[in-house]
Design a protein around this ligand. Structure first.
Ligand SMILES: [Zn+2]
Ligand SMILES: [Zn+2]
Length: 557
């Protein structure tokens, strides 16, 4: 069977149409199993979400049957249904795109008998705290509290809204030593009713920056760094690699899914929180221990996400929607639980990984259930050994140079796999124009997609591979949307290799905002290496987790 790549705007529908043709001409026989999602992704050069949407479309018209965990099968009477399916696809062309909905919770949860008990307190030397001079003194009276671990901990908080404010306030008060704060948004008046770190004068300022400054005021012993930008695309994986825990304080699925994948790849635990009116939930995800965030997504949720991606430029705009009504009381409760879970992770105490705790503020009930892990979950991939490229930076390394490094390690056929789509061009069928772009999709807005001639939304041509013959090889990695300190993925037919742009480390991760005078990069570097590493030993295995991970066994055609 030979399938060529497709272009993006017609996307899932065009993939569905091509699969229908293959069934019609007998290339794929009734009753047979369809090629795997990965094979279809490789052959059609589209994302997994698109393949899934296409298969779901065919399933909806009974041409195929999706058996979760087993595969997709062509129904025995598929050929008779093809005319009907083609009409349905045609009708879908005129249908408006579905509106995004508020996040929901996955089904398939199983009831637990009770919470896991806390461990017995470890032996701790007797220490009389100085309550007059030492702000953290009373914590030492807690039998299991280990001040050194808390002060050495490095925690990323993504989202500095209502939940993020509460989490950061708690972490700063507890003396968690290094906080990395991420948000892309600015402060507006409506934030003031639920954000303990913001003041009226902060209107219009960056949430991450103001939160970082207030954290330093609350506890000057805490090192902070803020990042004003998009966690989905603009933060290098090397930053995640140097965290002990990540806390998501988000209001959208896309960012949760990104954090879930990044955290999994670097084998890091992450704590999710969500709030709406007087309801909330908290959940901890640890790679290899029970379900991850993506496992919890229902087919409906996946479908909504992939529908949004059927127009890639609109998808990015929609991420910015989704304001959810909440109160500062529920954000205080859920943010408190999230910070508390992070504290347990820092102390290597047991956490309810892969479970969710629902908080019902109307009835004052807490309810904890476990999610069922999904066997074929796309997120379950822990990167292997990471090669640190000490002299390489995203801003100065070209795509060609990166490809050469990859080929030195993996052979002449190696290619780079990018984490975000590169927009190659925008094509207007009405005006018959084709404009070259060569930018990551995060840098192409919906308005950029509109044709300057006729105002129509143009067709977007994209790729996420670099095979060596692209016209953008002389651009820098940064210019192609690869952020500083990122871990670049390369592969040949049989294996993956991972290369970190470690030359970006001193500028990208310094923890020294608002410390009165800029630290030299060298000082920051020394400090980073000198700090004792927290090992999340029992909680988090050092080695990639068994069972075998789905990706490395992929056969590349
Ligand atoms: Zn999963
Ligand atoms: Zn036009």
């Amino acid at each position: 069977m030979k399938i060529g790549p497709v272009v993006h705007s017609t996307l899932a529908r065009s993939v569905a149409e091509r699969l229908l043709k293959l069934i019609a001409d007998g290339s794929i026989k009734p009753g047979a199993k369809m090629p795997s999602e990965r094979e279809l992704m490789d052959k059609l050069q589209v994302a997994r979400s698109t393949v899934r949407e296409a298969l779901q479309t065919l399933a909806a018209v009974n041409v195929v049957e999706i058996r979760p965990g087993i595969g997709t099968f062509v129904n025995a009477n598929a050929k008779e249904l093809i005319p009907h399916a083609q009409r349905a696809l045609q009708a879908a062309k005129e249908a408006p795109p579905a509106a995004p909905r508020a996040p929901g919770n996955g089904p398939g949860r199983i009831q637990l008998a009770g919470l896991a008990p806390l461990p017995p307190a470890p032996e701790k030397p007797v220490h009389i705290p100085n309550l007059k001079k030492d702000r953290l003194a009373t914590f030492d009276l807690i039998s299991w509290w280990e001040r050194d671990k808390v002060q050495a901990a490095r925690v990323m908080v993504v989202g500095a809204g209502a939940l993020g404010n509460e989490v950061l306030k708690n972490l700063a008060l507890m003396g968690v030593g290094n906080l990395f704060i991420v948000d892309f948004d600015t402060i507006e008046a409506a934030n003031l009713s639920r954000s303990v770190l913001f003041r009226a004068d902060d209107n219009g300022q960056k949430k991450a920056e103001v939160a970082a400054r207030r954290v330093r005021e609350l506890n000057p012993d805490v090192h902070v760094q803020y990042f004003h930008g998009d966690v989905n695309t603009a933060l290098g994986l090397g930053v995640f690699r140097r965290m002990d825990a990540i806390i998501g304080c988000l209001d959208n699925r896309e960012a949760r899914l990104s954090i879930n994948r990044f955290a999994y790849r670097l084998n890091k635990p992450w704590v999710d929180g969500a709030i709406q009116e007087l309801f909330g939930l908290v959940r901890v995800f640890v790679p290899g221990q029970g379900a991850c965030y993506e496992c919890t997504l229902t087919e409906q949720a996946r479908r909504e996400m992939s529908l949004r991606y059927s127009c890639p430029l609109l998808a990015r705009q929609n991420i910015l929607l989704g304001k959810v009504p909440t109160t500062p009381t529920i954000s205080g409760i859920v943010g408190g639980l999230q910070a508390q879970e992070a504290l347990k992770l820092i102390h290597q105490m047991p956490v309810n990984a892969g479970q969710v705790t629902h908080v019902n503020g109307l009835t004052n009930e807490f309810h904890t259930t476990a999610y069922t892990p999904a066997e074929d979950c796309e997120s379950h991939w822990v990167y292997g050994d990471i090669t640190e490229l000490a002299d390489r930076k995203a801003s100065t390394t070209t795509v060609a140079e990166m490809l050469r490094l990859a080929r030195d390690a993996l052979g002449a056929e190696a290619s780079l796999e990018l984490d975000q789509e590169i927009v190659l061009g925008l094509e207007c069928h009405r005006c018959e124009t084709n404009t070259e772009v060569f930018k990551p999709i995060s840098q192409v807005s919906y308005n950029d997609g509109l044709c300057p001639g006729c105002g129509e939304l143009r067709q977007v041509h994209m790729t996420h591979f670099v095979a060596g013959d692209e016209p953008f090889l002389s651009r820098t990695l940064l210019g192609m949307g690869i952020p500083p300190l990122h871990i670049v993925r390369a592969r040949n037919e049989s294996e993956y290799r991972f290369f970190e742009l470690t030359g970006d480390l001193p500028d990208t991760l310094h923890w020294s905002h608002f410390e009165g005078g800029a630290r030299s990069p060298r000082a920051a570097r020394v400090r980073l290496h000198a700090r004792p590493q927290i090992r999340l030993g029992q909680v988090l295995p050092d080695e990639p987790v068994a069972p075998p991970l789905p990706r490395p066994r992929i056969v590349v055609h």
